[in-house]
Write a protein that binds this ligand. Structure first.
Ligand code: 3PG
Length: 276
């Protein structure tokens, strides 16, 4: 049995070592395809494999077609938005992910981004402190809850949009509507998956509800933000800020126009820790 680890952005060496040990102990063979640059390389590599482990790598219908023996896809991370689930289901291929595994790493990055944005992108000038500010959390799953706990530790007030929070009375307030959350919060952290319902849901109307100096932190998926609305909001309000772990499609242009108002990591950093 052959298991392919296909990572355009490689795992930490310690993770590959661990995966190899598990696979070999089960009598299977590990095939490693790291830092590939062309989809053709992935299509060739999947030809005779039984299982595939990926990160944000795309497993679409073409990849599934090329992988004639494939039985399982494991996405090391949150969400399934990079996998064609309908096609996998039609072909009887099982799809799994690892919710929670990267959560702390992503939550720490969200906090880091808040500090970076509130301190002038670490350039000279007067910034602001997080203590006493209001942080709204969109998406109260593994990552959202960890962001909330860390923010409370920094002295922030945390507002959560969650009709049924799984944990109660942990120091955060619940708000009834997304509009209320944006209107009240100095920072908003986006921690929801990209689904047909969430794609493009945050745009001009919500962003411009934020108080002066409002800052949106997105460690989820770029598709959740309506880029046109973001562009319009940043143009109209020089006080608004946006930091993201996945660059908008038109990032170069937005960066040129809005400078320190916008920041995107050069390559998705959320899960880039040895621990994750
Ligand atoms: C996620 O989306 O689950 C994490 O951010 C990990 O993504 P990555 O493995 O592509 O870095």
């Amino acid at each position: 049995m052959k298991i392919l680890v296909a990572t355009e952005k490689p795992f930490a060496a310690v993770a590959v070592k661990g995966i190899r040990e598990v696979i070999e102990a089960a009598g299977a063979e590990l095939v490693l395809l790291e830092k590939y640059t062309e989809k053709a390389q992935l299509l060739t590599a999947v030809a005779d494999i039984d299982g595939i482990i990926i990160r944000s790598d795309k497993v679409d219908a073409e990849v599934l077609d090329a992988a004639k023996q494939l039985k399982i896809v494991v996405r090391a991370g949150a969400g399934y938005d990079n996998i064609d689930l309908a096609e996998a289901t039609a072909k009887g291929v099982c799809v799994m992910n690892t919710p929670g595994q990267n959560s702390n790493a992503v939550a720490e990055l969200a906090i880091g981004m808040m500090i970076y944005m509130s301190r002038n992108n670490f350039t000279p000038g007067t910034g602001c402190e997080l203590s006493g500010k209001k942080l709204g959390i969109i998406g109260f799953g593994n990552i959202g809850q960890l962001v909330a706990k860390k923010a409370l530790g920094l002295g922030m007030k945390v507002l959560v949009l969650a009709p049924n929070p799984s944990e109660k009375h942990q120091g955060w307030e619940t708000v009834a509507t997304i509009d209320e959350l944006y209107s009240k919060c100095n920072f908003v952290s986006v921690n929801i998956p990209a689904t047909p319902e969430t794609k493009g849901m945050i745009g001009y109307d919500l962003l411009t509800k934020m108080p002066k100096g409002g800052c949106l932190i997105n460690t989820a998926r770029k598709e959740i933000i309506c880029e046109e609305g973001l562009n319009k909001a940043l143009a109209e309000r020089a006080d608004l800020k946006y930091a993201t772990d996945i660059a908008p499609v038109a990032y170069a242009e937005l960066k040129e126009k809005y400078g320190k108002q916008i920041f995107a990591t050069p390559k998705k950093q959320g899960a880039e820790t040895g621990e994750a």
